[in-house]
Ligand binder design. Structure first.
Ligand code: 0GY
Length: 305
């Protein structure tokens, strides 16, 4: 199949630098994707974008280049509910990757069990309308109730302005189904607003009042308004995202995860150097203990225990 990438598509960085920050042993890149390759794993007919290929071998090479030990591969919307590329990557990871899939309510218990055996530990629901047709609440609750007994959790992706309208459904999953809920990219705050403002305040309240909600403090390159470092290197990368991520890391140190988001779908302005993204970590997790929780303890507990 000869796919034509979405106009303006930015491909992943082919030559990321070796990070200056040395990741602690056992570190997990807890949010990354595989795209195809399209010839082998066709993209979904319902997709809203067509990416470049970004296969498992390239992901594993990046893992080694950056110094991560393991990956959590999250189903990307361009593959819809066909988790074939993700499962294939898990199968070739020698136990060094776990997965978060996207499923429909018709999925059988046998399919869920074989996904579990392959290393799947969560289901993702996406509420970003430019990416998907959002799963109805009753279907989400039904799927959440079916995966909870497997020890899986629910991953949610939404934008901050939508949190008030989604609050009830997220807290129902947390309270009624009693699964862990993991939020992608801090619920995508608008970082031009104050950390102490009402929008981010609502997200902090969500975490404060719901002890089984975790957050990925990832994607500074997506959230930043100031962007990557200036060429003279004086301003450190994505500085405007630091106060938001740091606040979550320091307030909820046992409930945070970090991931590269490689291969960085749908970026419009620049493609980050993944090595520089790793160098962002010590700005948001400022002590070795916070770094170990963020990169090793928390993801290992959630995905490998
Ligand atoms: C991300 C972010 C995006 C895309 C997806 O599954 C996806 O297509 O999550 C985005 O476009 O913001 O986490 O990969």
């Amino acid at each position: 199949m000869d796919y034509k990438k979405t106009p303006g598509w930015l491909d992943w960085h082919a030559d990321p630098c070796k990070p200056r920050f040395q990741l602690p042993p056992g570190s997990v890149d807890a949010h990354c994707h595989v795209f195809g390759p399209g010839d082998e794993f066709p993209f979904s007919q319902e997709r809203k974008y067509t990416p470049c290929d970004a296969g498992k071998n390239q992901l594993f090479a990046l893992r080694d280049q950056l110094g991560f030990d393991k990956n959590v591969i999250v189903q990307a919307t361009c593959h819809g509910t066909d988790n074939g590329a993700l499962l294939d990557a898990l199968g070739h990871s020698e136990g060094r990757a776990r997965g978060v899939v996207t499923v429909k309510r018709g999925i059988s218990d046998g399919e869920l069990q074989s996904m579990h055996a392959a290393g799947v530990r969560g289901v993702r629901f996406n509420f970003v309308r430019r990416l998907v047709n959002v799963t109805p609440r009753d279907e989400l609750m039904e799927i959440a109730a079916r995966i909870a007994p497997l020890g899986w959790h629910v991953v949610i992706y939404f934008e901050a302005q939508d949190l008030p309208g989604l609050w009830d459904i997220f807290t129902a999953v947390h309270d009624d189904v009693a699964t862990t809920v993991v939020v992608d990219h801090m619920g995508r705050p608008d970082v031009s607003q104050p950390v102490e403002g009402p929008e981010f305040g609502l997200f902090l309240k969500l975490m404060r009042e719901h002890p089984n909600i975790c957050s990925k403090v990832s994607c500074p390159e997506r959230l930043s308004v100031v962007g990557p470092p200036a060429l003279n290197g004086e301003q450190h990368a994505y500085g405007d995202v630091v106060p938001f991520a740091r606040r979550i890391v320091e307030t909820f140190p046992d409930r945070v995860l970090w991931g590269t988001d490689w291969p960085h779908p749908n970026l419009k302005n620049h493609m980050p150097d993944d090595g520089l993204l790793v160098d962002f970590i010590p700005h948001i997790a400022r002590t070795p203990e916070l770094q170990r929780k963020l990169l090793v303890d928390n993801p290992t507990r959630l995905y490998w225990s």
